[in-house]
Design a protein around this ligand. Structure first.
Ligand code: FAD
Length: 356
């Protein structure tokens, strides 16, 4: 552990990249100093220029090289509807998503990411169409791409579509097989995200990947998950985006850990403003995300009241973002759940910080 200092009554522990603290050591520090903040020496450079970068760039790697603060959003496309009778509904849902995207672009985020086949749904074509619309509005798009259910030919088609729509950024993911799909019946071209990254690296796209501050649910030990993360980064990732987390100390501890493994690409902190208690309980049980007691109390108290939950969820996410920025984590990704009014409220709350 490096130096430590007490600022504003909070113990700040400085950690340099070479140090490899075990999870146990982190737990001991947090037990001794429950309010300890890990100030990551590696991340202090990012705080030098605090302006948000909303200028449209083609590749996100160029944006991260500027070391400017970034605030980005995530949207999900509507599910594809297979029955001809449902096509009018499908069009309505698509048009609604386009309106969501237009409102989000108005907020001038650094970029907008568009999910792909999340939860096994087939939304694939819409990911490219919506990403393309973001670019046509002068924004920058990050198209997600999952590989677990895809053949090499299917991935090649996706890449061609993204390239012809001038999309430069791809979040490379394994994805999850839908529960009702037999693993033997799917193509076996890609097993893990690293296989997709290796296949895409020569293509010249800017590539991101996912990481999990609390460990991926399939990994028994966080250390193994980080070892696999290192393989992904070494295969050619330009940046990482985290799974949502509700306790910033978990992220600070994770950042120290992955830096000590030699993972030095920018890490974008994924923040989920919770406005629906049922939904968050389901997501947490699927992803293994911890609800800290302070936040659990909010969900338990306000979960049944949509207005109260929305106010409290926005306030909690705002506080998380301010704490992250205060601690040198300058790349923030907001899971908007296609609710531009939530993104707008958070942007207004942190407006002074962005403008400073
Ligand atoms: P991987 O990196 O392949 O890891 C999956 C598991 O396998 C981990 O436990 C890892 O430790 C292990 N592993 C990795 N490599 C190896 C190896 N070589 N040998 C053995 N084990 C290995 N899902 C969607 O369907 N659509 C989306 O748009 C989407 N967007 C997401 C965005 C973010 C920021 C995040 C965090 C997740 C997103 N997901 C999305 C969910 C994601 O697809 C799932 O979490 C999935 O279970 C894992 O994907 P991955 O790319 O992290 O997989």
């Amino acid at each position: 552990m490096g130096e430590s200092a007490i600022l504003n009554g909070v113990k700040h522990i400085l950690i340099d990249e070479a140090q490899d603290l075990s999870l146990l050591q982190h737990r001991i520090i947090l037990t001794m100093f429950p309010k300890a903040k890990y100030t990551l020496l590696l991340d202090t450079n990012q705080a030098i220029n605090p302006e948000i970068n909303s200028v449209s760039v083609e590749k996100l790697s160029e944006l991260y090289n500027t070391k400017k603060r970034t605030i980005s959003f995530e949207v999900f496309p509507p599910k594809k509807r297979d029955y001809p009778a449902d096509q009018a509904i499908a069009q309505e849902e698509f048009d609604h998503t386009i309106r969501v995207v237009e409102e989000l672009v108005d907020l001038k985020p650094s970029f907008i990411s568009v999910t792909y086949g999340a939860s096994g749904g087939s939304t694939d074509e819409n990911t490219c169409k919506i990403s393309s619309h973001i670019e046509s509005l002068g924004g920058t798009a990050l198209a997600h791409l999952t590989c677990i259910s895809s053949s090499r030919d299917k991935i090649a088609d996706e890449i061609n579509a993204l390239r012809s729509n001038k999309i430069e950024n791809i979040l490379c993911l394994r994805g999850d097989l839908p529960r009702d799909v037999n693993a033997d019946s799917k193509p076996h071209d890609f097993t893990h995200a690293v296989d997709l990254i290796k296949a895409l690296r020569p293509s010249g796209f800017c590539l991101g990947g996912a990481c999990y501050p609390e460990g991926h649910p399939e990994s028994v030990h966080l250390r193994d998950d980080i070892r696999h993360l290192k393989e992904k980064v070494d295969a050619g990732l330009d940046f990482l985006t985290t799974q949502m987390f509700f306790d910033n100390n978990i992220l600070y501890s994770y950042l120290a850990k992955i830096r000590s493994f030699g993972i030095n690409v920018p890490v974008v902190a994924g923040i989920m403003p919770v406005i629906n208690a049922k939904q968050i309980k389901r997501i947490c049980s699927l992803t293994g995300t911890t609800l800290p007691p302070r936040f659990r109390a909010i969900v338990d108290r306000f979960g049944e009241k949509s207005l109260s939950m929305a106010s409290a969820g926005i306030a909690y996410a705002t506080e998380q973002i301010i704490d992250l920025i205060a601690n040198g984590v300058d790349n923030i990704h907001i899971y908007t759940m296609n609710r531009p009014e939530i993104a707008r409220a958070i942007m207004e709350n942190i407006g002074g910080i962005i403008a400073d």
